[in-house]
Write a protein that binds this ligand. Structure first.
Ligand SMILES: Cc1cc2nc3c(=O)[nH]c(=O)nc-3n(C[C@H](O)[C@H](O)[C@H](O)COP(=O)(O)OP(=O)(O)OC[C@H]3O[C@@H](n4cnc5c(N)ncnc54)[C@H](O)[C@@H]3O)c2cc1C
Length: 602
C-alpha cells in the first residue's frame, strides 16, 4: 500500500476557485495570508501526512493503544509505537497552532486552510487526528468562556501542543441524553471544585504523547437543578499546576480501562474515574449552569471536524481503490472482442464505483470547505450583518455536514472494498481498516439521529425555514446561471439540479408543518431529510464546480483536471443527485402505521 498522497489539486481548486480564498484573505485578521502561503502550507502538510502519519496508520490499527498498570499502581495508556514521536514532530512543527489566535501563540490562519490541512490528518491517520480534534475543541471552548487568567494559564500550552485536551461528557447512563449526566462538582473554600464520578468513552483520556491533559468535564453542583440546566463545565487537569504554573502532583483522575473496538484502534477510548481517592480538583469555566452551552461550542467545532473525518476517510479509501483498480488484471475489455486481459479499471462497473467514490467525496469536500469559509466570515468579518448571516448558515449546515458526510463515508469505504473484491475483505490489503474506522463517525459527537433532530427540530423549525430559504435562493440563482450558459453538459446538470432544489424545498415545507402538528411524524423522516439536504447541497456545489471548470476550458486551459471535474460533476448530477427524488417521497410519506405499532412488534 502506498502512503497517503494529499489531493492537492482538488484542494487548491476548492479553496481558490470554488469557495474563493481572495475574500477570505481580505478579512482583516488574515491580512498576512495569500494564495501563495496557502499553497505552501498545503504542500508541507501533505508531506507530513504522507511521510509521517500515513505509515503509522496500519501500525495503530494492528497494535492499538494499550492500557497498563503504571509505576504508581494506577492505570495508564501507552499509544502504539511511533505515535508519541509523530506527535512530538507534529507539535514542534506548529501544526496544532495553525488555526489558533496569535495572542495565544497561534498562527491565526483561516479555517478555509485549516480544514484542508485537517482533512489530511484524518485521511492519513484518523486515530492520530483525534487528539488534534479534541485539543482544538478545548481551545475553542476556553476562548469563548474562559476567564483571562484561565486563558493565560491553559491556552498557550494547548495551542503549542505541549498539552492536549479532552471532552468528558459521556457516562454509562448518559449518552445521547445529556440531561442524565450525574458527575458531581462540590465547591471548595479556595474557589476550586471537587469532581467525582465516572466518564466513559473519553477519547485520548490518557496517553503518553503530551506532558499534561486538560479534561473539560460536564458535572453538576449539589444544588443544581435537574436536567441540562444544572450542568456546569470544569477544567480538570491530569497534573495540577503549582502556584508558579508548573506541573505538580497527579490529579485524582485515572484511566481504569480502555475499550476494544471495531475501528480507530490507535485512538485510546478510555474510562476515566474522577475522585476515587478523595476527589479530583476542577476549575469552573464561565458561570454555573452554563456548562452545556459552552460545551456546545466544543461540540459544534468537533461536529464540523467529524464531518471532515468522513471526507478524509472517504478520500483515502478512494485513493487506495483507484490504485488497486489500475493494478489488478482480470477479464477482457468489453469493447474489444477477443481482447487481452485488462486491469479492472477498464470495466464500466468498476469505473462507476470509482466515480461514485470520487464525485461524492468531492461534493463533501466542497461542502466542508464552504462551511469553513463561512466560519471565517462569521468570526472575522467587520460587517456585522455578514457575520450574522454567515453564522446562521454555519448553524444550519453543521448537522448536514456531520450527518451526511459520515453516513456517506460508511457507504463509500464499503464501495472501496467492493473494488478490491475478495482482497478487500481480507485484512492484508489494508482497505478494510477504512470501513472499520469510518463506522464510528456517524455515532460519536451526536449520532445521525441527533443531527437530524437538530436540523429538523431546531435549525429548520425555529425560523420556519428562513435560513434555508436564503440558501435555496442562492442555489436557484446559480442554477439559473448554469442553465443559461449555453452548453449542453451544463444544461443537463442544471436541469437535474432544478429538480433536486424542488425536492429539497418541498420536503422542508412538509417537515416544518409536521414538526408543528405531529413531531413524531416529522422525526421519523428527519434522517432521510438530512440526507436529502446533503445530497442536494452537494449537487449545487458540484454544479458550481462544473461551471468553473467549463469556464477554464473555454478560456483555453488544457489542464486535464478541469475535464475530470466536468466528468465528476456530470456523474454526480446523474447518479447521485437524483436520489433526492426518492428521499423526498420518503419524507412526504405517511408513517402512522409504523408509529402506531406496539414496542413488541420490533
Ligand atoms: C470511539 C468512541 C469515542 C468517543 N469519544 C468520546 C469523547 O471523547 N467524549 C465523550 O464524552 N464521549 C465520547 N464518545 C461517546 C459518544 O459520543 C456516544 O457514544 C454517542 O453520543 C452516542 O451515545 P450512546 O453510545 O450512549 O448511544 P445511545 O444514546 O444509547 O443511542 C443508541 C441509539 O439510540 C438512538 N437515540 C438515542 N436517543 C435518541 C433520541 N433522542 N432520538 C432519536 N434517537 C435516539 C441513537 O441515535 C442510537 O442509534 C465516544 C464513543 C466512541 C464509541
Amino acid at each position: 500500500m502506498n502512503n497517503y498522497q494529499a489531493p492537492l489539486r482538488d484542494m487548491r481548486f476548492v479553496i481558490h476557485e470554488l469557495v474563493g480564498s481572495s475574500p477570505i484573505c481580505a478579512l482583516p485578521a488574515y491580512a498576512d495570508c495569500d494564495a501563495g502561503l496557502i499553497d505552501a502550507v498545503l504542500e508541507e502538510a501533505g508531506r507530513f501526512a504522507g511521510d509521517i502519519l500515513s505509515p503509522l496508520n496500519p501500525v495503530g490499527d494492528r497494535d492499538g493503544a494499550r492500557w497498563q498498570t503504571g509505576a504508581d499502581g494506577k492505570g495508564e495508556v501507552r499509544t502504539a509505537a511511533g505515535f508519541a514521536d509523530a506527535y512530538r514532530h507534529f507539535a514542534e512543527g506548529g501544526w496544532m497552532a495553525l488555526p489558533c489566535p496569535p495572542e495565544f501563540d497561534g498562527q491565526g490562519l483561516p479555517r478555509l486552510l485549516a480544514v484542508a490541512v485537517s482533512e489530511m490528518w484524518k485521511s492519513a491517520n484518523l486515530s492520530f487526528s483525534h487528539v488534534v480534534t479534541l485539543t482544538h475543541g478545548a481551545i475553542e471552548a476556553l476562548l469563548i468562556a474562559g476567564s483571562d487568567a484561565m486563558k493565560a494559564t491553559w491556552l498557550p500550552k494547548l495551542v503549542s501542543g505541549e498539552w492536549t485536551g479532552t471532552m468528558n461528557i459521556t457516562e454509562p447512563q448518559a449518552g445521547s441524553d445529556l440531561a442524565a449526566i450525574n458527575c458531581k462538582a462540590v465547591p471548595q473554600a479556595d474557589g476550586s471544585y471537587r469532581i467525582s464520578g465516572q466518564k466513559i468513552f473519553i477519547t485520548y483520556g490518557d496517553h503518553d504523547m503530551a506532558a499534561n491533559i486538560v479534561h473539560l468535564v460536564l458535572a453538576r453542583t449539589p444544588d443544581a437543578p435537574p436536567g441540562v440546566k444544572g450542568l456546569s463545565l470544569f477544567i480538570v487537569p491530569k497534573f495540577i499546576l503549582d502556584a508558579d504554573g508548573k506541573q505538580g502532583e497527579h490529579n485524582d483522575v485515572y484511566c481504569t480501562s480502555i475499550e476494544h473496538k471495531l475501528g480507530v484502534h490507535g485512538s485510546p477510548t478510555t474510562t476515566l474515574v474522577h475522585g476515587d481517592h478523595g476527589g479530583s480538583t476542577g476549575y469552573l469555566i464561565g458561570e454555573l449552569g452554563r456548562g452545556l452551552e459552552i460545551m456546545f461550542v466544543m461540540m459544534n467545532s468537533a461536529r464540523l471536524s467529524v464531518g471532515t473525518e468522513g471526507l478524509g476517510v472517504a478520500q483515502r479509501a478512494w485513493q487506495l481503490a483507484s490504485e488497486y483498480a489500475k493494478e489488478r488484471v482480470q477479464g477482457t475489455d468489453v469493447t474489444q472482442k477477443g481482447g487481452k486481459s485488462v486491469a479492472i479499471v477498464r470495466h464500466p462497473d468498476v469505473r462507476r464505483m470509482l466515480m461514485t467514490q470520487r464525485a461524492h467525496t468531492e461534493a463533501i469536500r466542497a461542502l466542508a470547505y464552504s462551511v469553513a469559509a463561512l466560519q471565517d466570515i462569521a468570526h472575522q468579518s467587520d460587517d456585522a450583518e455578514a457575520r450574522a448571516a454567515a453564522h446562521r448558515r454555519v448553524e444550519l449546515l453543521t448537522p448536514v455536514l456531520k450527518g451526511w458526510s459520515t453516513e456517506s463515508a460508511v457507504e463509500l469505504t464499503s464501495l472501496a472494498i467492493q473494488v478490491f473484491g475478495g482482497m478487500g475483505f481480507v485484512e492484508e490489503t489494508g482497505i478494510s481498516q477504512y470501513m472499520r474506522d469510518a463506522r464510528i463517525t456517524p455515532i460519536y459527537e451526536g449520532t445521525t439521529a441527533i443531527q437530524a433532530a437538530d436540523l429538523a427540530g431546531r435549525k429548520l423549525t425555529r425560523d420556519r425555514g428562513a435560513v434555508l430559504a436564503t440558501l435555496l435562493a442562492d442555489m436557484r440563482a446559480d442554477q439559473a446561471a448554469l442553465a443559461g450558459a449555453g452548453d449542453a453538459n451544463l444544461t443537463d446538470i442544471a436541469t437535474r439540479l432544478a429538480a433536486g432544489l424542488d425536492d429539497l424545498h418541498a420536503a422542508s415545507e412538509t417537515l416544518i408543518t409536521r414538526m408543528g402538528s405531529n413531531p413524531a411524524a416529522a422525526l421519523v423522516v428527519a434522517e432521510p431529510f438530512l440526507k436529502l439536504a446533503g445530497t442536494v447541497i452537494g449537487g449545487w456545489l458540484m454544479a458550481k464546480a462544473a461551471k468553473v471548470a467549463h469556464d477554464a476550458i473555454a478560456a483555453g486551459s488544457s489542464d486535464p483536471f478541469y475535464r475530470e471535474k466536468l466528468a465528476s460533476a456530470q456523474f454526480y448530477a446523474s447518479h447521485i443527485l437524483p436520489k433526492s427524488a426518492g428521499l423526498r417521497i420518503t419524507v412526504e410519506s405517511d408513517n402512522s402505521l409504523l408509529l402506531g405499532l406496539p414496542d413488541e412488534a420490533f
